[in-house]
Design a protein around this ligand. Structure first.
Ligand code: ZN
Length: 497
């Protein structure tokens, strides 16, 4: 036997149905080691390195059987993850075609595959799993430390079953059954065992041109650790400003940024600043961080839109000093937040918007009279934040493309210290803008002043770039107006850190 290393991976539907039972049985017997084998429909026997050593006898027997059907048989070695997924998918797709197979066994298989995907995501510290349909296959991508990383292709027929398992049997707030041609959302808990514990998954499915996409947001067990602004990476000026804002008696404070850039964590850090003498009620969907000092209420906004707005009216009768709303996401919750802040409460919330001007535009879109909001001094501050990948200090490279000293770039191969990603963790950039209105005599014309408490996101990113901490491309991707700021700095010859 001449065993070659597999480079040209077969497509997920190129399995040989004759041997799939044999291969799936072998996989089940070796659940806890890296032994797996599969046979393709052109007579290739592909096994893991461990299988070729430990299970040679079995593979010789399999070879004999395969030779009865194929004139030319070849032997290959491939990574364990790949062979295992191939067998699972092929087994699933095959059972789908065999009508006699019990539906229950099939569902169990799909369930196992779902657990496998979530487990894989957790072990790689991924925050999201993206599944995108392309013809007969589904591409799997993980978001790890903010960056998308391809994880290979899976069989579409089987993956649709896996998604059906997620949406229809796991979901605890499901209203609709999974269907490739419909849009649906669900969330569910999965017990993942040590060291992960219970994991919460939010699934969103939508149709696209070639089929459908599914995004799974993976959240590890509810966190009880509330970090301080300092620990989160807010600079001293921002922290001091937020500390003094927490003493305000009324008004609206908004944390903004894209999904997955730490808004919820910042909101929890803000809630931590309030003394016991003030009553804080927090409306959340879902509750992600347990905060012992405040009254947290789970409001199923996703399942029942409008719940936030209804609940705001109710809790205002409970005499809170501070109201935290986990997200302003529609006109109703925006109106409720404004009403609460107009009636003598300090309201803190998050908003999906990329920059301070975008926050105002977004509020306008949600039917808020922004001019009135500013003139009445209701909107006190906007904090816009980003988490940007940090270059691995062990393997980052000196940048050849930038004339600026100190600029470094990602090593695409990475190193052992960064798990071959080239980046390690993320740093927080936060821009704080305070709003004030000065009313002229007789209360007529008033001017609104926006004060920059910190430098802009672009300015902060530029400093980090000069320190060799972040990659130019990441700054471009994550930081609004970075390119324009960068060009201006180059023009002014402002190349010293
Ligand atoms: Zn590295």
């Amino acid at each position: 036997m001449n065993i070659a290393t597999l480079k040209d991976f077969p497509r997920s539907n190129e399995y040989c149905p004759l041997f799939i039972q044999e291969c799936a049985g072998f996989l089940r017997r070796h659940e806890h080691d890296n032994c797996a084998v599969m046979v393709t429909n052109d007579g290739r026997i592909i096994a893991t390195g461990v299988a070729w050593i430990d299970e040679l006898l079995f593979l010789q027997r399999l070879t004999f059987m395969v030779q009865q059907h194929y004139e030319y048989v070849s032997w290959w070695q491939a990574p364990a993850d790949y062979v295992r997924n191939f067998v699972l998918d092929a087994d699933g797709a095959n059972r789908h075609q065999v009508v006699n197979e019990g539906a229950e066994a099939y569902a169990t298989l799909a369930q196992q595959a779902l657990i496998g995907i979530i487990h894989d995501a957790l072990s790689k510290q991924a925050s999201d799993v993206h599944l995108q349909c392309r013809g007969e296959e589904v591409t799997v991508t993980f978001r790890i430390h903010g960056l998308l990383q391809p994880q290979g292709r899976r069989n579409r027929t089987f993956m649709s079953e896996v998604m059906a398992a997620a949406f229809n049997t796991q979901a605890d707030d499901h209203q609709e059954l999974f269907h490739e041609h419909r849009t649906c959302a669900a969330s569910f808990s999965m017990p993942m065992g040590e060291p992960y514990g219970d994991v919460r998954v939010r699934a969103q499915q939508s149709t696209c041109q070639l089929g459908y996409t599914v995004t799974l947001r993976v959240q590890q067990a509810i966190s009880t650790e509330v970090s301080s602004f300092e620990a989160l990476g807010f600079n001293l000026v921002a922290e001091q400003y937020l500390r003094s804002s927490s003493k305000l008696s009324d008004g609206l404070i908004i944390f903004a940024g894209p999904t997955g850039h730490g808004k919820t964590t910042s909101l929890a850090a803000f809630n931590r600043l309030f003394p016991q003498s003030r009553k804080v009620i927090s409306l959340e969907d879902p509750v992600e961080i347990i905060q012992p000092n405040i009254e947290q209420k789970y409001i199923p906004e996703t399942a029942t839109p409008g719940s936030f707005a209804r609940m705001v009216k109710i809790v205002l009768r409970e005499d809170p000093d501070i109201l935290a709303i986990s997200e302003i996401r529609d006109a109703e919750s925006a109106a409720a937040a404004v009403t609460a802040s107009l009636t003598g409460h300090l309201v803190v919330s998050t908003l999906h918007a990329s920059s301070p001007p975008a926050v105002l535009t977004r509020l306008q879109d949600l039917k808020v009279d922004v001019n009135r909001l500013l003139q009445n001094q209701v909107l006190k501050a906007v904090i816009v934040q980003r988490l940007v990948p940090v270059l691995c200090s062990e393997c980052s490279l000196k940048s050849e493309q930038h004339s600026l000293a100190g600029v470094r770039t990602i090593n695409p191969n990475g190193c052992e210290a960064c798990a071959f990603r080239g980046t390690s963790g993320r740093i927080l950039l936060a821009e704080v803008i305070a709003y004030e209105s000065s009313t002229a005599i007789h209360g007529e014309a008033s001017s609104i002043q926006a004060t920059a408490i910190t430098g802009s996101l672009a300015e902060q990113a530029f400093k980090r770039l000069l320190m060799g901490e972040i990659d130019f491309e990441h700054a471009l991707e994550y930081v609004p107006d970075f390119q324009a700021y960068y060009r201006r700095q180059l023009k002014q010859g402002n190349s010293h850190a």
